[in-house]
Design a protein around this ligand. Structure first.
Ligand code: ATP
Length: 423
């Protein structure tokens, strides 16, 4: 069933830490060339079927958001003025509540007709070059349950999401680069009810440890070395089949866990020399579970417990964002704020992505329906705050000197190449 636009889903993108200045710079505070915060915002509305059982039956009220242009979205807009003739006849306005007319600006706000490709091009595509240059990057989708996060991140066969498009583009660029040798390692896990589970090699809950050099390490997480994009898609599919999803009254296929897909790209020069540059970068693609109000749902038992854990971790994420924003504001004056990363597994995992050496793009998915009035407002406030986080990013590059014992081997290789002797 195709429903009118008003009942569809809107998804938004708030992007951050992009080095290139894409869009609305006016709201963004720049520090220096290495410390720039950029955020994108997108909003899309889908004229698609909606799971609308029980209390989620579609409303005929006007949408609670209005796109002013590709950078600004208005929450709770003033209702359009009624024609004078209608007012004279005593026709009541359709919206009785006081309009707040709040405007939020982001790097990019998409409309209901934006394709997955457009979303990808404004969010993750610029990150592919960054990853190949040795910068850590993260993309995560945030929003209330049923707002379209999984659709944006994973999509489906007809409309592949940004994760799929990113993998495709990443492999295309690596294969086209003849000067470098790439080595890809990936892992896929979920945070379910505050425990970590491997999605590619199901096991008991995994512990999380902090390592001085490697950052956060999930002990026992399986690592895989795909040879091409097709193998990555297969792993992604297998992992998604293992992910905890259950129908709720909001979403027939609701994600009950946060899914974290990690790709580690190592690269070095193909040409043999005594000194070579090794670059490595981590790309995290995260589909967060959706926030849900117990009063807005009829979830009971296990679903209610899952919902409470999801909300708890998203609240912890919000607290970290608040603290990081305060730190960014105080940064210049030397006052740093305590960031409560340890409040949840999710924030511990995302520590580097949020406040470390990482470029991050946040995708904020929202619904235009007045049924989600408070949730949509919260998502916009969340994203609006997050765009003020400033990151300091550096390239993960090491110069490797060959050991003397390897010199003889190198000389032989050069000699053979020069005289056409097969190695
Ligand atoms: N842009 C879109 N185009 C077409 N269908 C969409 C779009 N956004 C969402 N949907 C559909 O809406 C439903 C709910 O979306 P989705 O599962 O992505 O929500 P979610 O935010 O991930 O929810 P949860 O947090 O509960 O997992 C799905 O059936 C999905 O296919």
């Amino acid at each position: 069933m195709v429903l009118p636009m008003i009942f569809g889903r809107w998804s938004g993108v708030v992007g951050g830490f992009l080095k290139r200045c894409l869009l609305i710079a006016t709201l963004l505070k720049r520090v220096n060339s290495q410390r720039k915060t950029m955020w994108n915002a997108e909003s899309r509305c889908e004229a698609s079927a909606r799971h609308s059982s029980g209390s989620y039956r579609c409303s005929s009220r006007p949408p609670v958001v209005k796109l002013l242009d590709s950078h600004v979205i208005c929450f709770d807009p003033q209702p359009d003025e009624k024609p004078v003739s209608a007012r004279r006849k005593g026709v009541k306005p359709t919206i009785m509540r006081r309009s707040r007319d709040l405007k939020y600006a982001f790097d990019r706000v998409f409309n209901e007709n934006s394709s997955q490709l457009e979303v990808f091009e404004s969010t993750l595509k610029p990150f592919i070059n960054s990853v190949l240059e040795g910068y850590n990057c993260t993309c995560f989708a945030y929003g209330n349950t049923g707002a379209g996060k999984t659709h944006t991140m994973l999509g489906n066969r007809e409309q592949p999401g940004v994760m799929v498009l990113t993998i495709q583009e990443l492999y295309a660029q690596m294969e086209a680069d003849e000067a470098k040798k790439y080595d890809v390692e990936l892992s896929y896990l979920e945070v379910y009810n505050e425990s970590l589970r491997d999605l590619l090699s199901p096991s008991t809950p995994l512990p999380l440890r902090e390592d001085n050099e490697k950052g956060m390490v999930v002990v026992g997480l399986s690592k895989h070395k795909p040879k091409n994009a097709q193998e990555v898609f297969k792993m992604l599919e297998n992992g998604n089949a293992q992910r905890t999803q259950h129908p709720t009254d909001v979403n027939a296929c609701s994600s009950r866990s946060h899914a974290v897909f990690q790709i580690l790209v190592n690269q070095r020069d193909r040409a043999e020399s005594l000194q070579s540059t090794v670059k490595s970068a981590k790309l995290l693609l995260i589909d967060l579970a959706g926030s849900e109000r117990a009063t807005n749902t009829t979830n009971l038992g296990e679903r209610l417990r899952e919902g409470a854990n999801i909300n708890k971790s998203l609240l912890a994420l919000g607290n970290c964002i608040n603290a990081l924003v305060t730190s960014s504001k105080n940064g210049g004056e030397g006052r740093r704020c305590y960031v409560p990363y340890r409040d949840s597994k999710l924030t511990r995992l995302l520590k580097d992505a949020l406040g470390g050496n990482c470029r991050t793009v946040m995708i904020a998915n929202i619904s235009p329906s007045s049924l989600w009035y408070e949730d949509t407002h919260n998502t916009l406030k969340y994203a609006n705050r997050a765009k003020n986080i400033k990151a300091s990013v550096t390239c993960n590059k090491t110069l490797v000197d060959k050991h003397v014992s390897q010199y003889a081997e190198l000389v032989t290789v050069h000699f053979r190449r020069r005289f056409g002797v097969p190695c």
